[in-house]
Every structure is written in structure tokens, then in C-alpha cells.
Design a protein around this ligand. Structure first.
Ligand code: NAD
Length: 358
């Protein structure tokens, strides 16, 4: 099969880590007989410097014409003083919107080989955890009516949250389907004791649960969820939640793994075409030094194979290769604690060697 992949390398370490993922995908292509055709498009600070805007029209058109898109990261100190609409980060919201991506999948998995990097207590990490957070991405308070006005106590600012039944149903469907192919457990997180949107969210999820008898579905209030994530993360399999709650909880979940250079993400819409990216930023402090951890981006490519191209065996091959490399003790600087770290290229070589052996 032939797949067209749009590459948004972006800024900072973006080009280095995307190049690593491309090398891994090429190896997978060789091994399993697929052709991956890569086309780079400008985004972020690089696009501002070369095209005068963070998300050029050609980039949007190119991404929409691709079968899927892999993104590095955008932003950096060079562009920090630009105003809102001209900032590199503006391109992220823009491309998600143009591609109609309403779901954000963020796995937070504790790698047994990296247990000691987690900030959690030893008896908690001992049990391990592997959580998939399904976050609604294009609705809720981040997209609601907002403004400033004269209120009861004088000048005030306001933001509003609205969720339609359709928006809740489509994200809940993704979550139930995801739970079905994982460990069959779904926790829906809301604030139904206070928010009307949460009450509709909860009612809708309960209705849909009847169609998924194989999934054990429960609710949790967001304040409790924030606590449970650090108290006993192993209780979670799939979490589904709104845009803002998902934003906060997915960052919390990533931090308890102890290694943000390891965590991938996928943003999906109605079609198979998705946007896959590491959860970390452009790490300007280490850009161009060939020391960044490429694993989050390589695992993002593995998610692309699974969710966009339905290539499960190929995706598993990458995940297993990463597991094996970590078990063998190979580390980049961010997870090496000073002991002979591998460069970005060397870590990529190790993963490719494992892929060849599997
Ligand atoms: P960051 O994630 O870029 O970096 C935080 C720390 O983690 C740094 O010390 C960095 O060196 C380290 N780090 C991150 N990824 C790493 C990797 N793969 N390997 C090794 N170490 C890694 O967050 P930040 O410093 O807050 O932001 C830097 C820039 O990135 C800012 O301009 C920010 O706006 C942007 N940003 C972009 C995205 C995105 O493109 N999706 C996301 C977050 C931040």
C-alpha cells in the first residue's frame, strides 16, 4: 500500500525528531512492503520566517490532501514577542480546526524500565499504569462565547461552555470503541454536581453505555479524578472528558509517567486522516544538538499506523521495538541520569535495529 504523509517539522527539535520518525517509518515500509511518501509543509516559527504567517494556505491544503499528518513541535523564544494571531502556536489550533479534529487521544503509560523517573511513590508505581485519555478537542469553554462587560461587581470577563448532544455523542463513541479494544473500562469525567453541560454529558454517556455492554462504564467528578490520578492511576483504562478537563488531566497524567519525551498523541476527526504529534514542545534549550529524545514522535508515528492506516502489526512492531530498547537500558539524555546517553540519531538507530530483529 502507498500512503501520503504530510510532515510538519516546525521549530526547535521538531525537524530532528520528525526525521527520526521518518527513518523508522521507512524501515517499517521496507519490512512490510508499504510505500510512505513524505511531503514537508511549513508551520509555526519557520513558516512565519519564510512565508510571513504561522499556517500558510499551502500547508493547510497539503495536509488536507495527505492521508495523515505528522507534526514535530512549534514555537520558541525568537517568536515569543509576536502578538496573538501571529504566534507560532496559533498554527496548532488552526490546523486542528481545518482538519476537523474533534478527538484528542493521549496515552499515559508508565514504562516499567523507567519506573524510577515517575514522581509518584514507589508503592504506587509498582502497580504500573497504562491510561488512554480521550479529550474532546473542538467544543466546550475554549470555543464558547466570551467577552468583557459591566457586571454585578463592575467590570468583568466571562467565558461560557456549551456542549451539544451531537458533540458529546461523537466523542463518547470514540471512547467506548477505544475501551472495547483495550481493557474494557471507561471512566467518564465531569462536574455534574455543578455544571449543566456536565449533566447532559453524563446522561448521554449513560444512554450510550447501554449499546456497549462489554464496556464497564463509570463516572467520576473532575476534582476526584485529579486526586485519583496521583493516588491510584492503575484503576484507569480509558478516560473520556471535555476539552478543558482533558487539557488539565492529560498534562497531569503525562507528568506522572516522569518522561515527557516518551509520550505521543493523536488528534482525529470523522475521517481516517489524523494529526499525530509528541505531547512535548519544541524544547529550544536543546534544539540542534542531536540530544532530543525521539521516542514520543516515533510512537506518534506508531499511532498513525494504527488509527489512520489500520496497520496494527506494523504499529505494534514499533511499540515493541521501543520497549526492547528501553529494557536493554538504552537512554537519551533526558532519561539517562548522566550515564552515557545516546544521541537522537543513535536512539533511532537502536529502535531500527530492533525493528529489523522482530
Ligand atoms: P517543552 O516541552 O518544549 O520543554 C520542556 C522541557 O522538556 C525542556 O527542558 C526540554 O528540553 C525538555 N524536553 C521536551 N521534549 C524533549 C525531548 N523530546 N527530549 C528531551 N527533552 C525534552 O516545553 P516549553 O519549554 O514550555 O516550551 C518550549 C516551546 O514549545 C514554547 O515556544 C512553547 O510554546 C512550545 N510548545 C509547543 C507545543 C507544540 O508544538 N505542540 C507544545 C508545548 C509547547
Amino acid at each position: 500500500m502507498k500512503y501520503k504523509i504530510g510532515l510538519l517539522k516546525g521549530d526547535g527539535i521538531g525537524p530532528e525528531i520528525v526525521d527520526s520518525a521518518v527513518r523508522v517509518l521507512e524501515e517499517i515500509g521496507k519490512k512490510y512492503g508499504h510505500v510512505f511518501e513524505f511531503t514537508p509543509y511549513a508551520i509555526g516559527g519557520y513558516a512565519i520566517d519564510n512565508y510571513g504567517e504561522p499556517l500558510p494556505k499551502e500547508t493547510v491544503e497539503g495536509c488536507l490532501a495527505s492521508d495523515s499528518v505528522l507534526l514535530g513541535a512549534v514555537g520558541g523564544p525568537k517568536w515569543d514577542n509576536l502578538s496573538g494571531n501571529c504566534r507560532p502556536e496559533k498554527a496548532l489550533l488552526g490546523i486542528r480546526e481545518k482538519m476537523g479534529l474533534f478527538t484528542n487521544l493521549r496515552p499515559a503509560k508508565l514504562y516499567p524500565a523507567l519506573k524510577s523517573d515517575s514522581p509518584l511513590r514507589e508503592d504506587i508505581v509498582e502497580k504500573g499504569f497504562d491510561i488512554m485519555i480521550v479529550r474532546e478537542l473542538t467544543g466546550g469553554i475554549y470555543f464558547g462565547e466570551r467577552g468583557t462587560r459591566e457586571g454585578k461587581y463592575g467590570y468583568e470577563a466571562y467565558d461560557t461552555e456549551a456542549y451539544s448532544l451531537m458533540e458529546i455523542e461523537r466523542i463518547a463513541k470514540v471512547a467506548f470503541e477505544t475501551a472495547k479494544v483495550r481493557r474494557g473500562k471507561l471512566t467518564s469525567i465531569d462536574k455534574a454536581n455543578v455544571l449543566e453541560t456536565s449533566r447532559l454529558w453524563r446522561k448521554t454517556v449513560h444512554e450510550m453505555a447501554k449499546d456497549y455492554p462489554e464496556v464497564e462504564c463509570s463516572d467520576m467528578l473532575v476534582d476526584n479524578a485529579a486526586m485519583q490520578l496521583v493516588r491510584n492511576p492503575s484503576q484507569f483504562d480509558v478516560i473520556v472528558t471535555s476539552n478543558m478537563f482533558g487539557d488539565i488531566l492529560s498534562d497531569e497524567a503525562s507528568q506522572i509517567t516522569g518522561s515527557i519525551g516518551m509520550l505521543p498523541s493523536a488528534s482525529l476527526g470523522e475521517t481516517k486522516r489524523g494529526l499525530y504529534e509528541p505531547i512535548h514542545g519544541s524544547a529550544p534549550d536543546i534544539a540542534g544538538k542531536n540530544i532530543a529524545n525521539p521516542i514520543a514522535t516515533i510512537l506518534s508515528a506508531a499511532m498513525m499506523l494504527l488509527y489512520s492506516f489500520s496497520l496494527k502489526e506494523e504499529s505494534d512492531c514499533i511499540v515493541n521495538a521501543v520497549d526492547k530498547v528501553l529494557y536493554a537500558g538504552w537512554r537519551t539524555a533526558d532519561i539517562a541520569h548522566g550515564e552515557n546517553p545516546l544521541s537522537t540519531d543513535e536512539m533511532t538507530d537502536k529502535i531500527i535495529e530492533e525493528i529489523q530483529k522482530i
